[in-house]
Design a protein around this ligand. Structure first.
Ligand SMILES: NC(=O)c1ccc[n+]([C@@H]2O[C@H](COP(=O)([O-])OP(=O)(O)OC[C@H]3O[C@@H](n4cnc5c(N)ncnc54)[C@H](O)[C@@H]3O)[C@@H](O)[C@H]2O)c1
Length: 403
């Protein structure tokens, strides 16, 4: 006799109906992933059923272009449809909690973009809803897509295998310049009530998640600093034709103490002139070092400090072999992949978790963990960079990796 993976899970439908909410930046990136994933990976059958937005004409156009069967403007109606089993939330952070909780309560599997939510209170409610839903076989995952860069998945493996020895410190910098121009207009991303925070929640969330993911470690203490270099910007509705106050940070700095004794520095900015989308990670151990640069995401720098000193030096690993994570499914070796592939890998891993009833990673607990760290950075910044202690954090789980 076989035991079902989950005693109360409803039988899997012949084809999973998917709905995505939001059709702009992430809506497009996720749609591309849904559209391509089954061409490369063995995933359970699914259908791109509905794309949801606010403007009926625009969302209908996007649905046709991105391969969705239908368009809709009311996400509440969509999550209650019997033919929808997965909700992919690509809407701004202020909507994550409301949509995710409603979807989980309706028994739908949820993939939500980062950061988990705009506030700690919302993130805690979402995590509680996810735990309750999990007990009914309903899955949830947060979209920290950089976990699905093959080079970073390989870096995690090398670190876990002890190839760096004891990790002493990490440098994580995520720099962009799309707000460097002080005439760049207001958007939802520059208002605290819609974005929660600025560069901190937007891109430090990715950098912090990487530190946790790569090291499989937990943060115990935090210091932080936030700064807004351009305090007012044009074009906000609230200000008419005038200037509106920017209520979030342009840049943020943090140090993170890890349970292992390692220390990470995190530096993020959206006003770093000339830096377009530069995520750089450096991990220094007593037996070796790893370097990663998102602008060369197929490569990993690795220095093996156990080699004879006269032969030592950084080697460039082209992470493009079939034995590297996820890459067996793609092109012959050396035929490099790009940023968009990380979303395809993310959808692949989520679908397998839904099919196999295995815990998807990063879970909402892991998203909440990042949220506690972001909150501690804000707390520290408000207290002249005082050292903030973090209570016990959620254990790190491994994603379903590789093809
Ligand atoms: N993983 C990444 O690398 C990455 C990159 C950018 C953004 N994000 C995250 O993705 C999320 C969305 O960001 P974005 O850049 O795509 O934003 P965006 O402004 O480009 O798009 C937001 C979308 O949400 C839709 N929306 C807003 N209110 C809605 C409503 N009531 N009903 C239905 N749809 C609604 C909008 O119509 C739009 O399509 C955010 O959480 C952001 O932090 C992640």
């Amino acid at each position: 006799m076989t035991t079902p993976a989950h005693p109360t899970a409803t039988p899997a439908p012949p084809s999973l109906g998917v709905a995505a909410i939001g059709y702009a930046f992430m809506g497009k990136a996720h749609s591309n992933a849904w559209r391509n994933v089954a061409s490369f990976f063995d995933v359970p059958a699914f259908e791109q059923k509905v794309l949801v937005g606010r403007d009926a004409t625009a969302v209908a156009e996007a649905a046709t272009k991105y391969g969705w069967a239908e368009a809709a403007t009311d996400w509440r109606e969509v999550i209650n449809r019997d033919d929808i089993h997965i909700i992919d939330i690509c809407a701004p952070g202020w909507m994550h909690a409301e949509i995710a909780i409603a979807a989980l309560e309706a028994g739908k599997h949820v993939l939500v973009e980062k950061p988990l939510a705009n506030t700690l209170a919302e993130a805690e409610l979402m995590t509680a809803a996810a735990a309750k839903a999990r007990a009914r076989g309903v899955q949830s995952m947060i979209g920290f897509n950089y976990r699905r860069v093959p080079a970073l998945a390989l870096a995690r493996e090398l670190i876990a295998e002890g190839r760096l020895g004891t990790v002493r410190h990490v440098r994580a910098a995520y720099l962009q310049d799309w707000l460097a121009d002080d005439q760049s207009p207001m958007t939802w991303r520059l208002r605290k009530e819609t974005a929660g925070s600025g560069a901190l929640g937007d891109i430090a969330s990715h950098a912090i998640d990487q530190v946790l993911y790569l090291l499989g470690d937990q943060v115990t203490e935090v210091t932080g600093r936030l700064h807004t270099f351009v305090p007012q910007r044009p074009g906000g509705k609230a200000a008419g034709d005038g200037l509106e106050d920017v209520t979030v940070d342009d840049a943020a700095w943090a140090t993170l103490s890890l349970a292992s004794g390692a220390i990470a520095s995190v530096e993020v900015s959206r006003v770093a002139t000339g830096q377009k989308n530069s995520l750089k990670l450096e991990i220094y151990g007593d037996r070796g070092t790893i370097l990663f640069d998102l602008e060369n995401l197929n490569e990993l720098g690795f220095l093996d400090a156990t080699a004879p000193v006269r032969e030592q030096g950084f080697r460039r690993i082209l992470v493009n072999e079939p034995e590297h994570p996820y890459l067996e499914a793609w092109w012959p070796q050396g035929h490099i992949i790009g940023w968009e592939h990380t979303f395809t890998h993310q959808v692949r891993d989520f679908l397998l978790a839904v099919r196999d009833q295995t815990p998807p990673s990063p879970s909402f607990e892991e998203g909440l963990n990042v949220q506690y760290i972001l909150n501690a950075v804000e707390e520290s910044a408000a207290a002249k960079s005082a050292l903030i202690q973090l209570p016990g954090a959620a254990p790190e789980t491994s994603p379903t990796e590789g093809a």
